[in-house]
Design a protein around this ligand. Sequence first.
Ligand SMILES: NC(=O)c1ccc[n+]([C@@H]2O[C@H](COP(=O)([O-])OP(=O)(O)OC[C@H]3O[C@@H](n4cnc5c(N)ncnc54)[C@H](O)[C@@H]3O)[C@@H](O)[C@H]2O)c1
Length: 364
Amino acid sequence: MKELNIGFIGTGLISLAHGLSVKSLINNPFFKDTSITLKKVADIDQKAIERFCNITGTKETTSNPMDIINDDSINVVYILTPTRYHKEFFLSAAEKGKHIFCEKPLAFTLSDIKEMIKARDRNNIFAQVGLVLRFCPIFWYIKRYIEDNKEALGKLLTTIMIDDQEWPIAGSTHVSDWRKDKTVAHAGCLFEHSIHDVDILEFLFGSMKNLFSKIRYVSPEAQAGLEDLAILNFEFQNGGTGVLTSIWHKIRRDFRHLELYFENGNIILQKYTGASFKSLKGKIKRKKIEISSSYREINNLYIESKNLPRLKTGAGIYTYENFAFIKSLIEETLPQPSLEIGLRAHEIVEAAYRSSNSRKLVDL
Ligand SMILES: NC(=O)c1ccc[n+]([C@@H]2O[C@H](COP(=O)([O-])OP(=O)(O)OC[C@H]3O[C@@H](n4cnc5c(N)ncnc54)[C@H](O)[C@@H]3O)[C@@H](O)[C@H]2O)c1
């Protein structure tokens, strides 16, 4: 029987989503021929460990992340710490031959990520990046709808995406404050949150080119060099244009909004949270299109179409993400999204900072 003994580094907010997901997969009949264990977790904050263990029932803990990396019985490591530490833990875990799930952003710079890719290849391990929007039934459904109705919709004219989120610092739905420290977070809303959006836009419409952006630092928190507004204008290789607006504000929790305009039709998604949306509507030539307005129905279609087993989806899209990672480890197929997909998202984000600083169009 194959064994996956998993260790987590970091037991904060996102670790809970992964911890609950992994726990829910452990006894899934789909994995009956594999022994999956969430063996040990590490965090430098004892309170975070206690909260994580109370919720997930994990027993073995350590305050030293190297205990996870040096534990020969652990063959899979999840890197779930603030971004600054991703690269260092990734390289150490890779050299020990562990398979790795690493949260986004992968690291601070493109050259850091290239080093991580080399370490993955040198050590013959599997690695997946936490670009979780790729596991959202809603984006899968929109992509499929566009493909199925290509003729009727006509050519893509433009996409308008807005990602607005409450400053993810203590006092909001987040409990920690590292996202206002540039030495730990590296940058603000675009790098930390909308890296998901540039990735999902390329997933939907293919490669971007010709990017022009404006990055701003408006609120007091942003003065430390963490943008709270980024506006990206771009074209897609296959035609069509787009605007992505990324915002950190103090209004309420986060929402994503997506408006797609084609020659003959449109699709409009409002207030998407990852587990619900306010509305999903569309038109082709003045007629309302038959598009599902029920999150549950879209979710069921996703499960059916992907041939997913019955999953306890308490952790929603993170369960799909963990299912895919664990399945690829068992089947020894390349996990997706790969580090290369992560690198590409970083390339777009880096190009946006360059464009804003130079006030020039950047070719991607
Ligand atoms: N994919 C997503 O949807 C998503 C959502 C949230 C966060 N993230 C990413 O996940 C990572 C963690 O974010 P979070 O929201 O869980 O943060 P968090 O602050 O809630 O949790 C991070 C945990 O790491 C611990 N930690 C810090 N330094 C450490 C070290 N050197 N060794 C061991 N533990 C350490 C902290 O004590 C904390 O408990 C970030 O990279 C973030 O961008 C991804």
